[in-house]
Ligand binder design. Sequence first.
Ligand SMILES: [Zn+2]
Ligand SMILES: [Zn+2]
Length: 259
Amino acid sequence: MNIIVLNSGSNGNAVYVESPVTGAAVLLDCGISRKQIELRLKQHGRFLDSVRAVFVTHEHADHVRGLPVTTKLYRMPTFLTEATWRKMWKHRPHKGHRFIGRDARVTVEDISVEAFSKHHDAADPVFFVVEISGVRFLYATDLGEHSEDLARLLGDVDAALLESNYDEEMLENGSYPPDLKIRIRSTHGHLSNLQAMDLVASHANGRLHTLILGHLSENNNTPEVVGREVERLFARRGEFRPRIVVASRYEVGDLLSIP
Ligand SMILES: [Zn+2]
Ligand SMILES: [Zn+2]
């Protein structure tokens, strides 16, 4: 499986997942412009023509901003929950959307995608597990708190993109108004670095080849702080150590091959 994180953060999210066998791909979220998706894929010699479908986690603009134009120009179907579609207005996909249920599995060529319910302040938000030839990738951002599904799946995937949104001290001492701090910390907000590390420490195992930490806050986190936390975690664990990647809010990531 090949993964390219095109962007990750409150300014836009999109992840390209490709089958190395057929070259077919899917997009997880479409929260940056069609033009930016094209430019960023091109840096890796990839093109939107290979994308067979878009899977949307929830209706927040940072996950769907590029959806109308991208799906219209490339005539690709969008899979999303019905409540998510109902809550979307200007970011609705071009015709050809299909509803997915929670815990449903959709297969596009040799790529299968499963949706699971999550805690977040959206209509019916989901996270995804993508599977290609037995290789499994968990894509889970915008989480107020972990769930049983998430905990179980972290131990049953080869790669994961997990939200590591904010450093607790930076949020506490930062300039956000109190109600926004409460929203971010709530069970329907975002995961802190410590919450993300706790999840990995408690549930991941030697199967996890690549751990991508993403959706970092612009004001309450830095890649350096996340890097430090994750180093501390694996220094403590010792018995296994995945490849660690911190996803960027500003530029396309490396092409990650997952064996
Ligand atoms: Zn988001
Ligand atoms: Zn969100």
